[in-house]
Write a protein that binds this ligand. Structure first.
Ligand SMILES: [Zn+2]
Length: 404
């Protein structure tokens, strides 16, 4: 049997006055998702434990069947996996943002979308000037998203579960002082952040960007630290060979950690202009090749639309996903034999707050051996009527694979 999961990231939302009192899922014309609902079941799942920050790292881990309370060690180790950076058992990965701090406030957690070449040159300077210590190694990523790794070299890091750091995107425009790293080993992190200031200020290229009137990087911000998660591979755990299509590093990293094939699709941007049809075609192609039992197609565009507070763009992205991914994929699955198809986001992202939220997301699932319920549309309001309600979202994938 073949299995497919389509993730419209952050699609779950509230009713919107601008959409006539409907949620984006209700307002969008999504006949193919509704067909899944009509021929299968609709329910609710909660992928983000209340004690954890809501994000795709936590949400997708649960969506892929792994309880984040048990397995989530931090965001940085997942991003390290995406970049192909191997972590030893005692190593720690730490996210290293290049940020703009002005008058003691977090003016920009992206250093105003710092260009790649400038970011890379700053990371090289930091590596040269800050890392007399053999344990630290910086890795340049994309723009402001870089990594720092503590290489243990048989000397365990001073960090632990009680080392506390704060995502810089959560403190935009706020004073940074109350949000500096705290707990075990935090003095090392604070020291590295402090020492980054003169190094970054000394960069000619960075000075030139500031002189051109752009707020540019003033320091690093370290957060998201963690050790390599101790996953059992997806195949060992569920007996299915997985593959993922995504434009987002975090999802690539999750895929690698689970032992999945990470499929790159030209034209997949992680933004509203992504090539939806190319992703749909690629998903079918992967299944046709016969090496994959479980294909995951992740689309970031719905989440991005929410971060921008743009209801119309969210509805449009949803309709594109329906027409170009869910439609053709379902058609193919029906044509090839036994299958099950699941549509579910990782977490809600509210247009009202422009940020990730906790709470239930609606899912819909159909296919071989799944008897239809009475519910016929895929949206939050319908899902709330369902008797299927998973407080531990990580039980959804086992439900998809049940008796198969
Ligand atoms: Zn997400």
């Amino acid at each position: 049997m073949k299995f497919a999961l389509v993730i419209p990231d952050g699609v779950a939302d509230e009713t919107q006055p601008v959409l006539g009192g409907r949620t984006p899922l209700q307002a969008a014309h999504i006949p193919f998702m509704d067909e899944v609902a009509r021929s299968g079941i609709v329910g609710r799942a909660d992928h983000v434990p209340a004690s954890m920050p809501s994000g795709s790292d936590v949400g997708t881990m649960s969506l892929f069947g792994y309880d984040p309370l048990e397995y989530h060690t931090g965001r940085a180790p997942i991003e390290a996996a995406a970049q192909g950076i191997e972590l030893g058992a005692l190593d720690w990965a730490i996210r290293c943002n290049l940020v703009t701090v002005e008058d003691g406030r977090m003016a920009s957690f992206t250093a105003e979308q710092i260009p790649n070449d400038l970011a890379r040159s700053l990371i090289e300077l930091l590596q040269r000037d800050q890392c007399g210590d053999e344990h630290w190694k910086f890795y340049a990523g994309v723009s402001y998203r870089n990594l720092l790794v503590y290489r243990a070299r048989e000397v365990a890091a001073p960090f632990g579960p009680r080392t506390h750091t704060v995502p810089p995107h959560d403190i935009t425009d706020q004073p940074i002082a109350p949000h500096l790293p705290s707990g075990p080993g935090s003095e090392l992190l604070r020291d590295l952040m402090e020492r980054s200031k003169p190094v970054i200020a000394g960069s000619k290229a960075n000075q030139a960007r500031a002189a051109a009137g752009t707020h540019t990087a003033t320091q690093t911000w370290l957060w998201g630290q963690g050790q390599r998660p101790s996953f059992k591979s997806f195949q060992e755990r569920f007996g299915k060979r997985g593959a993922v299509i995504t434009a987002v590093d975090l999802l690539r990293g999750m895929g690698r950690l689970l032992g999945w094939n990470v499929v790159e699709v030209a034209g997949a941007t992680g933004y509203l202009d992504t090539d939806y049809a190319a992703k749909g075609r690629a998903a079918i192609e992967v299944l046709k090749q016969g090496q994959t039992d479980f294909i995951v197609v992740h689309v970031e565009a719905t989440d991005e639309a929410s971060h921008e507070g743009n209801a119309a763009a969210k509805v449009k992205a949803l309709e594109e996903i329906d027409r170009h991914i869910v439609g053709p994929l379902h058609e193919y699955l029906k044509s090839q034999g036994e299958y099950r198809l699941l549509v579910c986001p990782d977490h809600p992202t509210f247009l009202r707050t422009k940020t990730h939220s906790h709470g239930y997301v609606p899912f819909t699932m159909c296919g071989t051996g799944i008897s239809p319920d009475q519910l016929t549309t895929y949206d939050e309001i319908t899902a709330a009527e369902s008797t299927v309600c998973l407080d531990r979202g990580c039980e959804l994938v086992p439900l998809l694979f049940r008796d198969a």
